[in-house]
Design a protein around this ligand. Structure first.
Ligand code: DP6
Length: 360
C-alpha cells in the first residue's frame, strides 16, 4: 500500500464532540529496529512479540472548535495529572500525521493516559502510548467516513503510530508483528507493521516475558538520538544486512520450534543492539553491571539445566527474559532464587505474548 492511500477523502460529517478509549500493549523486539531516516522509515526490518500485561490505556475526548485553530489544541494527562512536558512529543506526532488526519486543528483534544507499568520503571511507554493514541484518532476518523473496513483501520492506526514512535506500529496487533520491507515477508512495509502470518510452532504459544527492572527511573539518551547515531556509524551497513538475515533465519525457527536456534538469534540481536551503541560516536553504554550479572546467570542456568530461557534487551538496562510456558514454574523459581537480587528494589514484571490492542 502506498502512503497516498492513507490520505483521507473529504469527510461526510464531523461530529461536534465525543470520546474513544483504547488499550494498547507494549512489544518486545526479537530483531531490533535501530536506525531510521525521515519520516520514521526504518533502516532495517524488525519483528516483535506483542505483550499482554504491559499496556497503556488512553482516552481521547474531542470538542469541535467554532473556528479552525492556528495550532494544535490539546491537554495531556498522565494518571489524572496535567503533563505539559509530554506536549512537544505529541506536537511532533500531530504535525507528522496532520496530512493523513486533516481535521486535527478543528478540535480541542483532551488526552488522558495511564500505563500498567510505573512511569519510572525504565519500560518505554512510547510504543504502547502512541499505539493507543493512534487508535483513538482512527476511531474518531471512523465516525467521519462510511464503511471503513477493519483491515484498513488497523493498517492506518499502525501507520499513524509509526509516525509517533517507530516501534509503536508493532503495538497495534499481535501476537508477532513485523515492520519494514523484507524480501521474504509478503506485504511487509516500511510504513506500518503487519501480523506475522506464516506457520508458528505451538512452543511459542503463550511465550513468557519476565521483565527484570534493573535500572528504575533513570532516563538515558532519547531513542531518536540513538537512532540518529546509526547515520555515519562505521558498522551500520553490515548491521542492516545482518538484521535482514536474522529475520530470514526466524521464519524456519518459528515453524520448527527449534529453541536453540531461536535463542542464538534473539540474544545475538540484543547484544548487537548494544554493541552499536558502544561503537557509535558519541559512544554510550546502557547496560548496568547488574544487566551483565543477569546475563551470566542465565547462561549458567541454561548450561546446568538445559532450559530454554534466554534474554533480550531494549534500549536500556532492563532485561527481558523469554521462555516457553512449559518452563514457567521452574524459571520463575530461578528468578526468585537467583535474579531478584539484581533487580532494583527486587522488582520484576511478569508478562507473556499477547494479541494486540482492544477498544474499551
Ligand atoms: C531498541 O520506537 O522508541 O526498542 O522511532 O525514535 O520513537 P523512535 O524509536 P523507538 O525505538 C525502539 C528501539 C528498540 C528496538 C525495537 O523496539 O525494535
Amino acid at each position: 500500500m502506498t502512503v497516498e492511500a492513507f490520505i483521507s477523502s473529504p469527510y461526510q460529517q464531523k461530529p461536534a464532540k465525543g470520546s474513544h478509549t483504547w488499550k494498547s500493549p507494549s512489544n518486545i523486539a526479537l530483531v531490533k529496529y535501530w536506525g531510521k531516516t525521515a519520516p520514521q522509515i526504518p533502516a532495517n526490518p524488525s519483528i516483535s512479540f506483542t505483550l499482554n500485561n504491559c499496556h497503556t490505556i488512553t482516552t481521547l475526548t474531542y470538542t469541535k472548535q467554532t473556528t479552525v485553530n492556528a495550532d494544535f489544541s490539546f491537554d495531556i494527562f498522565l494518571d489524572g495529572e496535567l503533563k505539559p512536558d509530554f506536549a512537544p512529543k505529541i506536537e511532533i506526532f500531530l504535525k507528522r500525521i496532520e496530512i493523513y488526519i486533516p481535521f486535527l486543528k478543528e478540535y480541542h483534544f483532551k488526552i488522558e493516559t495511564s500505563n500498567s507499568f510505573p512511569h519510572s520503571s525504565g519500560i518505554a511507554s512510547s510504543a504502547s502510548g502512541m499505539g493507543a493514541l493512534a487508535l483513538c484518532l482512527m476511531s474518531m476518523e471512523r465516525e467521519f467516513v462510511a464503511n471503513m473496513d477493519d483491515g484498513f483501520f488497523l493498517k492506518k492506526a499502525s501507520f499513524l503510530a509509526r509516525l509517533g514512535s517507530g516501534s509503536a506500529c508493532r503495538s497495534i496487533e499481535g501476537p508477532i508483528v513485523t515492520w519494514g520491507t523484507h524480501k521474504e515477508i509478503k506485504n511487509s512495509s516500511d510504513f506500518y507493521g503487519i501480523p506475522y502470518t506464516e506457520e508458528v510452532n505451538d512452543v511459542f504459544k503463550n511465550y513468557q516475558d519476565t521483565i527484570l527492572l534493573v535500572d528504575v527511573g533513570e532516563k538515558w539518551v532519547s531513542s531518536t538520538v540513538g537512532h540518529n547515531l546509526m547515520n555515519n556509524h562505521p558498522f551500520a551497513e553490515e548491521r542492516f544486512v545482518q538484521a535482514n538475515s536474522n529475520l530470514s533465519k526466524l521464519s524456519p525457527i518459528f515453524k520448527s520450534g527449534n529453541l536453540e536456534e531461536f535463542i542464538e538469534v534473539v540474544e545475538s540481536e540484543a547484544l548487537t543492539l548494544h554493541a552499536m551503541m558502544m561503537t557509535s560516536m558519541p559512544y554510550f553504554i546502557l547496560m548496568k553491571p547488574n544487566t551483565l550479572k543477569i546475563i551470566e546467570k542465565v547462561w549458567e542456568y541454561r548450561k546446568e539445566t538445559g532450559s530454554h530461557l534466554c534474554f533480550t534487551l531494549d534500549a536500556g538496562a532492563n532485561v527481558h527474559l523469554l521462555y516457553p510456558e512449559a518452563e514457567k514454574e521452574t524459571v520463575l523459581q530461578f528468578i526468585k532464587n537467583e535474579l531478584v537480587a539484581y533487580c532494583k528494589k527486587g522488582k520484576y514484571i511478569c508478562d507473556q505474548i499477547g494479541f494486540g490492542a482492544r477498544k474499551l
